[in-house]
Every structure is written in structure tokens, then in C-alpha cells.
Design a protein around this ligand. Structure first.
Ligand SMILES: [Zn+2]
Length: 344
């Protein structure tokens, strides 16, 4: 059984391909962070290497692949299978997250891909955040995708597939994974994680269709607490004058050199906050994401104009883009602070 939650169309198509020996050499799964791209990739890795019995059991049923329980399925799930490799942004020697997937990483993949599978039927290479392949890495990978070795499957998972070389994406069978319906996520949290109704609904709403996020959050209440904390920070910065705002920008800029994702997460909360404010300004409070803060939004909405909120939203978005383009982080964040109205 696939562990993927939602994405029924992709799962159906891939199951059909698996049943008919029609599995492709290369796939591209594109979609928002934590929407289920890696889970789907691992489902395929398990399905092609699963050794579950294909004979019908005493009830005349054949266990669908992947089975989850056989040796290979179990080892893949635990990251121990030697034929299944995840390549992504690791840490450099100084403990900082790499900003790009390097050509050396791709060369290592090419070397392994030229060998026969060592324990399973297929070697599966999963590129997590494939949009961060360096230019050289992408060019090298393209060569391999043009002449894919037998018994090798490449799966590229990308949040922003537009950033990838079109020549690479055109070599892959592409599935766009969209946010999963809130009700599907809530049901999953209730049935698989025994979450209480109210918690399941709250997490499903905050997840905005990101199943992976919902699952890790239901298992770890500190995630919700951390969001609360970030929102409190956002609110205090919105209330503050320039001096405090610049101090905050400086702190974020420093954090950016160590951990880009942490800063991206923080900007995401900023964006959500201003969007919620916009939604309240538009008189549609039921669409507020951070419902627990509705009172704050309603009080604040009276003190800002729609234009100011719109400007703040685009300032946060533009800052995210600038940081992705390696602009001067401090300058970009200072500009964001300047562009936002002060709500007292
Ligand atoms: Zn299995």
C-alpha cells in the first residue's frame, strides 16, 4: 500500500504503471513543501523493490505492493536500503546547510547508477529539493537522464520546478502535487494518529494541505507552540518603531547565513500574518488562517488601509525572492521593515 495521503490521481497512475511494468526512468514531483513528494518517492522506491508474495492468499487476495512489511520495504522505510539514496542539501564541514546540490553529489550518483542494484531490483535516486541543483550538477544530471541506465529510477522532488532546467523537467514524467484537502488530512490525523477532532481540524487548517507538516505537528505539540511564538514576534515588530525593527532585521540576517530555511519559515509566518490581516480587511474573517488571533487582526484592521496591507504583503514576498537570489540579506530585510506600516 502507498503511504501517500491524498494525491489520488498520481497514486492511481503510478500504481497502474507499476502493475504494467510501465515505470519510467525519471519522475518529477513538484509541489509545495511537505505536501507529500518525498513520501510518494519512497512509495515508488518500495514498490519497485518490494518482495511481497505475489501468490494470492487463502482469501484469494494478493497483497498490493509495496507491502510495508517485507525486508526491502522495511529497510527503505528506515533509510537502510543500499539501492535507495536520497540526495539533497546536506551540511558543509562547518555545519551550515548547503545552498546548492553540488556536481560532486551528482557524480557520486552517476558512479553508483552505473552499477547493478546491490540488493534490490532497482536503484532509486531521490533528489530532494531538486530546484537547488547547481548549474554544473544539473548539466551533469541531464547527461544521465538522456541515457538512463537500466534498473535505475531517478525521482526529482521540487518545490519550485520553474527554477529547474527545462531540459531536465522535460526528461521526467511530471506530477504536480497540489495541497491535500483539509478534510482528507483531518481524517488521516484522526484515524492514523488518534488525534482528537478539534486538534485534527486545527492542524489540518494550519497545514494548508501540507500533509507532512500536519503529521509532524500532530506528533509534536511544540510545533504549534513555536508558531505561536513566531506570531508573537511578528506582532511585536509590527507594533515597534524602526530601531527595534532594524535590530530584528539584523538578527534575521545573521540567522540567514547559518540556516536559510529557518529564515524562510519566519518570512512565511510574516506573509501569513499580513494575508490574514488582508482577509479581515476584506470582511472575510472565516478565511483567517491563525484563527486564535482573530481579535488582534480585527483590532489592527481598523488602523491600516488596504493599500498598506497590500504593500506589506508584497514587501514580504519580494524579500523572499531577494533572499533566494542571494541578495544582501540585511538590506533586503531592512527594506521589508521600512515597507511595513506600524500598527499601534
Ligand atoms: Zn514489501
Amino acid at each position: 500500500m502507498f503511504r501517500t495521503v491524498g494525491h489520488d490521481k498520481a497514486v492511481r497512475a503510478l500504481t497502474r504503471a507499476l502493475d504494467n511494468d510501465g515505470i519510467a526512468h525519471a519522475y518529477l514531483f513538484a509541489g509545495p513543501p511537505q505536501v507529500g513528494k518525498m513520501t510518494l518517492a519512497m512509495d515508488i522506491a518500495r514498490a519497485v523493490n518490494c518482495v511481497a508474495d505475489e501468490q494470492p492468499n487463502m482469501f484469494g487476495e494478493v497483497e498490493p505492493k509495496p507491502c510495508i512489511t517485507c525486508g526491502p520495504c522495511d529497510r527503505i522505510a528506515r533509510g537502510l536500503h543500499t539501492d535507495v539514496r536520497v540526495v539533497g542539501l546536506g551540511e558543509d564541514s562547518r555545519g551550515r546547510t548547503q545552498t546548492l546540490i553540488s556536481i560532486d553529489q551528482v557524480r557520486e550518483v552517476q558512479r553508483e547508477a552505473s552499477l547493478r542494484p546491490s540488493e534490490g531490483k532497482y536503484r532509486v535516486f531521490v533528489f530532494d529539493r531538486a530546484e537547488y541543483l547547481s548549474q554544473g550538477a544539473a548539466t551533469a544530471l541531464l547527461k544521465t537522464l538522456e541515457e538512463p541506465p537500466d534498473q535505475v529510477i531517478f525521482i526529482l522532488a521540487a518545490t519550485d520546478s520553474d527554477r529547474m532546467l527545462p531540459t531536465i523537467s522535460s526528461r521526467c514524467q511530471t506530477y504536480k502535487l497540489r495541497p491535500v484537502r483539509q478534510s482528507v488530512i483531518a481524517d488521516h490525523l484522526r484515524s492514523e494518529y488518534e488525534a482528537e477532532e478539534e486538534i485534527a481540524e486545527e492542524i489540518a487548517r494550519l497545514s494548508e494541505g501540507r500533509v507532512g507538516w500536519a503529521i509532524s505537528t500532530v506528533a509534536d505539540p511544540s510545533v504549534l507552540e513555536a508558531i505561536e511564538e513566531k506570531i508573537t514576534t511578528v506582532e511585536s515588530v509590527v507594533r515597534a518603531g524602526l530601531e527595534t525593527r532594524f535590530e530584528y532585521a539584523e538578527k534575521l540576517a545573521r540567522a540567514f547565513t547559518r540556516d536559510r530555511d529557518a529564515v524562510r519559515d519566519e518570512l512565511a509566518v510574516w506573509l501569513e500574518w499580513w494575508r490574514d490581516m488582508m482577509v479581515v480587511k476584506a470582511g472575510l474573517p472565516r478565511y483567517v488562517k491563525h484563527l486564535a488571533r482573530l481579535d488582534t487582526f480585527q483590532a489592527g484592521a481598523a488602523k491600516v488601509t488596504v493599500e498598506e496591507v497590500a504593500k506589506a504583503v508584497s514587501a514580504v514576498e519580494e524579500t523572499g525572492r531577494r533572499l533566494d537570489r542571494n541578495a544582501n540579506a540585511r538590506l533586503a530585510l531592512d527594506n521589508m521593515m521600512l515597507a511595513m506600516p506600524r500598527i499601534r
